[in-house]
Design a protein around this ligand. Structure first.
Ligand SMILES: C[S@@+](CC[C@H](N)C(=O)[O-])C[C@H]1O[C@@H](n2cnc3c(N)ncnc32)[C@H](O)[C@@H]1O
Length: 397
């Protein structure tokens, strides 16, 4: 029997889907549920990607037209693929930042697993992006069960077309997902695929009692952790974090703070001191430390400045309050010294607060994100805790 071009294409996609399934299962450490396996095979990922995508840390452009094989390889790799840069505006090559991506498939399925959807559930997704996650959910739950909201009009239009083409009966709403979409609720599950620093009240209000709200967490210090809240039916919700994930922030919660433009003035005279705590310990490889500091200091922002053109300084860690009134800088000289120079300015001593937050985390036994939880009260307060809701985490600034 001879294969025609369409058969060959089907065979190629089927082999690619099988390969992706294998990579995701390996990353998750166990085979995914049969219903999700059917979804990954039934909803080919490449159908939801635009003709131009950007990959890797340097956001290298890849076009289906000029390099179809590479484009298809990216579509079926277990990695995030950026599908929009700079909110769709034209940019210079070195000014690119990701404003939409199709998340890495293993993260997508980890979140779907945590979401724990059941037959008959209604689901609201915030952050339609390409529409692939909504399509997977609709494949599993059937038509009329999935509503998804996308703030960006061009992305919403593209995802609507892709989802209509797939014929799965998922509904795309273009608008600000922070408001939810009460008309299709109440929902059994709400899933955000963009991160938040506070959970918008509409997501809790539009979820039935006992339902779940799953959100990637962000703090100005560090974007990390998935928060799975169970809604209590009295206007509040509570639940544990789990590790992983770095998602783009919900538009509306984005801050655009820049150290020299907004925070540091030429006439500031900072106070100089020294510390024994390395800035690398609080803003380096230890993600658990960073996550815990972010929970305790929800209004402190940080950024590294490498090679700051200061004699003897290899890197400088800058901290600033998100109100831009106080700042601090801590210098690394590139050697493994045990004293570091600190500069602080403004009404609050930010480095002192970071030392206290790090000290609390170390004394608590260096817990990872999975030991932390969060309660959102009916009046919108966010109360982090360790192990149990009656053991609050100190919030310092
Ligand atoms: C990581 S992408 C989502 C990936 C998507 N679920 C998929 O399957 O391709 C995050 C998306 O959230 C969207 N977004 C950001 N802020 C939003 C908001 N306030 N309301 C709705 N969507 C938002 C972004 O435009 C972006 O498309």
């Amino acid at each position: 029997m001879e294969l025609n071009a369409a058969d060959e294409q089907t065979a190629v996609v089927s082999a690619l889907c099988a390969g992706l399934l294998g990579s995701v299962n390996e990353s998750l450490g166990a085979p995914m549920a049969p219903a999700w396996e059917a979804a990954i095979r039934g909803v080919p990922r490449h159908v939801f990607l635009p003709g131009t995508v950007w990959t890797g840390d340097d956001l290298v452009e890849c076009s289906r037209e000029t390099d179809p094989e590479d484009w298809l390889r990216h579509a079926y790799a277990d990695t995030a693929v950026v599908t929009q840069i700079n909110d769709g505006r034209a940019v210079e090559e070195d000014g690119r930042w990701a404003s939409c991506s199709a998340s890495a498939p293993s993260i997508v399925f980890r979140m779907l697993d945590l979401l724990d959807v059941r037959a008959g559930h209604r689901v609201l997704e915030i952050g339609t992006g390409t529409g692939w996650n909504a399509a997977l959910l609709a494949h599993r739950l059937g038509p009329g069960r999935v509503t998804t909201i996308e703030v960006d009009p061009a992305l919403a239009a593209r995802a609507t077309a892709s989802l209509e083409g797939a014929g799965l009966g998922a509904r795309v709403i273009q608008g600000d997902g922070a408001r939810g979409h009460a008309a299709d609720g109440p929902y059994d599950r709400v899933i955000a695929t963009c991160s938040v620093r506070t959970v918008p009240p509409a997501w809790i209000a539009q979820t039935r009692p006992g339902g779940v709200v799953l959100v990637p967490w962000d703090s100005p210090w560090f974007c990390y952790g998935l928060l799975r809240l169970t809604v209590d039916g009295y206007g509040g919700a509570s639940g544990f974090f789990s590790p992983h994930s770095a998602f783009m922030l919900l538009r509306g919660q984005r801050t655009d703070l820049r150290i020299y433009r907004d925070v540091v003035d030429d006439d500031h005279v900072p106070v100089e001191s020294t510390t024994r705590l390395s800035p690398g310990a609080v803003a380096g490889e230890d993600w658990s430390a960073q996550f815990a500091i972010g929970l305790q200091l929800p209004h402190v922002w940080r950024t590294w400045h490498d090679d700051p053109d200061v004699e003897g300084v290899a890197s400088r860690l800058w901290l600033a309050g998100t109100d831009a009134t106080s700042w601090a800088a801590v210098d690394l000289d590139g050697r493994t010294g045990d004293h570091f120079t600190v500069w602080e300015h403004g009404p609050r001593r930010l480095w002192e607060a970071v030392e206290a937050a790090y000290g609390w985390w170390r004394e608590a036994g260096r817990p990872g994100p999975e030991r932390f939880g969060m309660t959102v009260t009916p009046d919108g307060a966010h109360v982090p805790w360790l192990d149990t809701p009656d053991s609050p985490v100190p919030v310092l600034l």
